[in-house]
Ligand binder design. Structure first.
Ligand SMILES: Nc1ncnc2c1ncn2[C@@H]1O[C@H](COP(=O)(O)OP(=O)(O)O)[C@@H](O)[C@H]1O
Ligand SMILES: [Mg+2]
Length: 261
């Protein structure tokens, strides 16, 4: 289960991507980057964040701690920005918080040290979860405490915006892999494939889907309840991970043809 906190103060909006996360203080004295269920793509973004973070951690990739952040829209009272006010009013109750890494810098593979095996694992992971949001334009990776951290997986698992066609995406290669932040510095994805797939055991996947709060899955059109949605994610991952994985072969091909950094 994710730890729960209550947001006590809205500090400032973070305006990098489109989703307008807010920096918030909470009742545990922590500071969190909060993603709101009332933002454009709704609560599925929060589900993607939880699932992706869990799988990344299982692959040994560092992700900041996630929490469920209870929000009372009154915390936005002092915020002059109307867009922020509206977003908070649309987002009462449980939202997603991510531990704020103070003083973190945007990760830059041209400057920060990179282990090729780590980079290959990140590439493999982003292809697994169909995360197109880690390019040199938009790194979504931070350098903090002497190591890289992965953030922002809200765009991953985009098949869940159209469940009727989800099964067809299970073999699909990562789009725009040629623009991936780590493509020029990553080791061979073919060499990390077996170990990465083996790390994502049925127990790991089950624990990941169980971590998603019930309320973010209930009422999903076409499903009878949260458990059925959890099962649909498990079915998708089982199909995605079944060998031979064509999306890994395609990623390896893009990698072979890319200019090296
Ligand atoms: N845990 C964190 N610690 C420090 N800074 C963060 C953290 N999460 C996000 N940020 C900063 O906030 C920006 C926006 O967050 P992100 O999750 O990328 O949302 P989006 O791109 O959807 O707006 C990031 O690019 C980064 O600069
Ligand atoms: Mg981002």
């Amino acid at each position: 289960m994710l730890r729960s906190v209550t947001a006590t103060r809205y500090v400032a909006p973070l305006r990098e991507g489109g989703s307008l996360p807010g920096l918030c203080e909470a009742d545990d004295l922590g500071t969190y980057v909060v993603k709101f269920h009332g933002a454009g793509q709704g609560r599925r973004v929060l589900v993607a964040e939880v699932l992706a973070a869990r799988l990344a951690a299982a692959l040994g990739l560092a992700v900041p701690e996630l929490v469920v952040a209870a929000v009372d829209p009154v915390i936005g009272r002092g915020e002059p920005d109307e867009e922020v006010q509206d977003l908070l009013l649309r987002s009462p109750g449980d939202n997603l918080g991510m531990d704020f890494l103070p003083g973190a810098l945007s990760f830059d593979p041209a400057v920060d040290p990179v282990e090729p095996v780590w980079a290959a694992r990140v590439l493999w992971f982003d292809a697994l979860v169909l995360n197109v949001d880690r390019s040199w334009r938009n790194p979504n990776a931070l350098w903090w405490g002497g190591r890289p951290w992965l953030i922002d997986h809200g765009a991953a698992l985009y098949f869940h915006h159209d469940w009727a066609r989800a099964a067809a995406s299970a073999a699909r290669p990562l789009r725009h892999a040629e623009d991936h932040l780590l493509l020029p510095v990553a080791g061979d994805v073919g060499e990390v494939d077996a170990a990465c797939a083996a790390a994502l055991t049925p127990a790991v996947l089950r624990a990941a889907v169980d971590e998603v709060p019930e309320g973010w899955l209930e009422g999903e059109p076409g499903f009878e309840g949260a458990e059925q949605v959890r099962q649909a994610y498990l079915d998708w991952f089982a199909a995605r991970l079944a060998g031979p994985r064509p999306w890994v072969a395609e990623l390896a091909r893009v990698q072979r043809e890319a200019p090296r950094g």
